[in-house]
Every structure is written in C-alpha cells, then in structure tokens.
Design a protein. Structure first.
Length: 259
C-alpha cells in the first residue's frame, strides 16, 4: 500500500510539471528506497536537506503549504523531507511517510532535528535578546551599539568538535566580507578568557570572541546544541538561526545582498 501511495506521488508530480501546474517535479531520490538503510538516509538528509534555508514546502498530497506547517508536521515523527526536482532556482521539499518497517533511528533522528529546526524557525522575526558583551580585546557590544549592522553570532565552546571543525570555513567567510563595515562577526563562548586565549593561539578564529557566556546561551538564548549561529539584521531582529557553516554561508550571502 505504501509503495502504491508513493508511486501516486511520483506520477502526480510528473503530471503537474508536464501540464505546467507547478514548478517542481518528482523526488530526487526514491522515498522508500532511501529508508532501507539509516546511514544512507542520514547522509542524504545531511547533504541535501537544509531546513533553515528558504524553501517551498509541499505536503503529502503534493499541495504547497507554509513553512511553519511543514516543520510542525515533521516534529510528529511520521514524515521526512525529500527535495523535489525544480524548474526554477527555488528549492522544493516534500513530506513523505516514514515506513513502519524502517530503522527506528530514522524517526528518532527526524523528530530531534525537526523540533530543533522548528524552535529556531519560530525565533525568526523576534528581537535578539538584550546583551552587553565585552570581547577578549576589551571591545564592548550592546544592542544599541550594533544597530545599523548585520550581526553574525556564533555560539560555541572549546571542547565542541563540530564548533572547531568549521573555524577554517568561518575565517574564509569573514575574509570575504572584510570590506563590509555593516557586517559584524561576534562569537559567544562558554569558556573563560584564559582558556580561550590559550586555545585560540593554536586555533585562531577571526570573530570577536566573548568569554563566559554559558549562562546567557543556555538561559537567555535557550540553546542546547552547538554550534548555533544567529544572523541579526540592522534593526536587531533575528533573521536566521542555523546549525552549520553551509547553511550560514548561504543565508548570509542572500541577506548581505538584500540589506
């Protein structure tokens, strides 16, 4: 029955594209086959699905829905997203059922990721929490002092391997925007100034670094996973909350061109 349902989705999408009824086509992978192995499914999700980017959402019946509804449905653990072939530059993701006999890790991983992405999505459009940061060089940043700038904020700590792994990419990104006086890169770390100075001497990060921010990140920003990146617009509003460099790079490129 599940195979028949999926076949219907494929046929429906193909017909819609051929008839000019939509700008998207069939799924880029077989929704059932990709679930036969957890490692294959996870690799696909990690490399082809970025729920933080701007995308067109499509439900189980091939109807376009809003992003809020799409992410909310993912939190129930019944569906997962697959990217659709597109006739335009827009990204389309469609919901497909998680098979009853699939690895239970697929559902567990999807729910955990979806809850986090949905919480991040709901932060968009909100004011960034009040702050007064002093970096390792003694520079002070407040909500008021950074008005008029796009602020890119990285939240991390020195024993977080994924946080450190992206340092070279982040350094290249800051170099790309070095002539943009309206873009500010600030990082919030859990660790003490002494720990950070010793660590950064060996692994430099070209962000302003603010120490002793564990309480602020946990209790004010409500973070429980790292790294987490925020992009805050020139009016102090959260534009994006992102988990990795790849999605950060794409989002900043788009935002920097439009603001």
């Amino acid at each position: 029955m599940k195979q028949i349902t999926t076949l219907f989705f494929l046929i429906f999408s193909s017909i819609a594209v051929c008839s000019g009824q939509s700008n998207y086509g069939k799924p880029e992978v077989d929704p059932i086959a990709i679930q036969k192995n957890f490692s294959d499914w996870l690799a696909y999700q990690n490399t082809h699905i970025m729920l933080t980017v701007d995308f067109k959402a499509v439900d189980l019946r091939s109807n376009e829905i809003d992003k809020d509804s799409f992410l909310n449905q993912l939190t129930f653990g019944e569906c997962f997203p697959v990217r659709l072939e597109s006739k335009t530059n827009e990204v389309y993701y469609q919901l497909f059922r998680i098979e009853p006999n699939s690895d239970s890790s697929i559902k567990a991983t999807m729910v955990a990721n979806a809850i986090e992405e949905y919480e991040h999505f709901k932060m968009e459009g909100q004011s960034f929490a009040a702050f007064r940061f002093t970096d390792l060089e003694g520079n002070v940043y407040t909500n008021e002092s950074v008005k008029g700038k796009i602020v890119v904020i990285k939240c991390w700590y020195i024993h977080c391997a994924p946080c450190i792994r992206e340092f070279p990419d982040l350094n290249r990104m800051t170099e790309k925007y070095k002539d943009r006086n309206d873009i500010l890169f600030v990082s919030l770390a859990e660790d003490t100034p002494e720990q950070l100075k010793t660590f950064l001497a060996k692994k430099p990060l070209s962000y302003a670094v603010v120490a002793n921010q564990k309480q602020y990140m946990n209790e004010t920003l409500h973070l429980n996973a790292f790294p987490t990146h925020f992009i805050v617009d020139k009016n102090g509003m959260i534009v994006k909350v992102l988990r990795n460099f790849e999605s950060l790079e794409l989002a900043l490129e788009k935002i920097s061109q439009s603001r």
